[in-house]
Design a protein around this ligand. Structure first.
Ligand code: 13P
Length: 287
């Protein structure tokens, strides 16, 4: 069933684990992630960036596909369909299209404007039973055209945005979208602890989940992170498996050119990494 992410993340904070947000790009990815969640009895959040939404021809298509797939595959674990790094306009489009959760990324606005727009969107989302995520500081790197400098979030600003009634908060703590550079300094746990102290039980979100070492993930969860976003790592697994299939000449054997055969190794590889992440985040068996 498609649900908001509020309840699942509240339970995650109480149970000291995190729910994975896995970004989707097409039917194969959606199917792999939903099946893995179901097989492992784990709640799951499907993330849709504005770029991926456009690629899949629009949010209405995505929403219809996900809802239908949940029904056709008999998925019973809680699934949230969430707009990732949404613009103000994008949030309204997803609300209309039937998403169950939105993220308003107002981190590039001056704080007053971020507050004003977030307040408005919190009301819209809550009136319709959707959950809403906001961002303070910025996530470094680039994701689908959303570029961030990677500033560490100011705990006071986090408190200010949390008090607007958002359901979960993404705070930049040195995390980066995409692959981490060799000289990455790691997550800023002092900043995370200060933020946690001020925002209490508000579930915190760790973007840029790809490539963060396991011990850092576990420490982040112990400090209040309850949602972890993973995108690039699924892309890398998909790419590697697809490359192997072609390099081994399998597309040239029999009907190996059939797109359903061609995309199958990548789809299977996504299941492997999603399960690994669910194990690491501790969400298995928590549906
Ligand atoms: P990665 O692509 O680094 O895993 O980050 C995903 C993310 O944060 C989506 O918002």
């Amino acid at each position: 069933m498609l649900v908001s992410a509020t309840e699942m993340l509240k339970k995650a904070v109480e149970g000291h684990y995190a729910v994975g947000q896995f970004n989707i790009n097409n039917l194969e990815w959606t199917k792999s992630i939903l099946q893995t969640a179901q097989e492992n009895n784990s709640p799951v959040i499907l993330g849709v960036s504005e770029g991926a939404g456009k690629y899949m021809t629009g949010y209405k298509t995505v929403s219809a596909m996900v809802s239908a797939m949940i029904e056709e595959l008999g998925i019973t674990v809680p699934v949230a369909l969430h707009l990732d790094h949404g613009s103000y306009e994008g949030c309204y489009k997803c609300v209309k299209a039937g998403f169950s959760s939105i993220m308003f990324d107002g981190s590039h606005f001056p704080i007053e404007e971020n507050v004003k727009k977030t307040t408005e969107l919190v009301h819209v989302a809550h009136n319709l039973g959707l959950s809403i995520e906001a961002e303070v500081g910025s996530i470094g790197g680039e994701e689908d055209g959303v570029v961030g400098a990677g500033e560490i979030a100011d705990p006071e600003e986090c408190k200010k945005i949390a008090d607007l009634g958002v359901d979960f908060l993404a705070a930049g703590i040195g995390n980066i979208h995409g692959k981490y550079p060799e000289n990455w300094k790691g997550l800023d746990f002092d900043a995370l602890a200060k933020i946690k102290e001020l925002v209490g039980d508000m579930p915190l979100v760790l973007h840029g989940g790809t490539g963060i070492p396991e011990d850092m993930i576990k420490k982040a969860i112990s400090l209040g992170v309850a949602k972890i976003n993973v995108n690039t790592e699924c892309q890398l697994y998909f790419q590697e498996a697809t490359r192997k299939y072609i390099e081994e000449g399998k597309d040239l054997q029999g009907k190996g050119y059939d797109p359903r055969k061609l995309l199958a190794p990548g789809a299977e590889a996504i299941k492997v990494i999603v399960k690994e992440k669910m194990e690491l985040f501790g969400s298995i068996g928590k549906a």
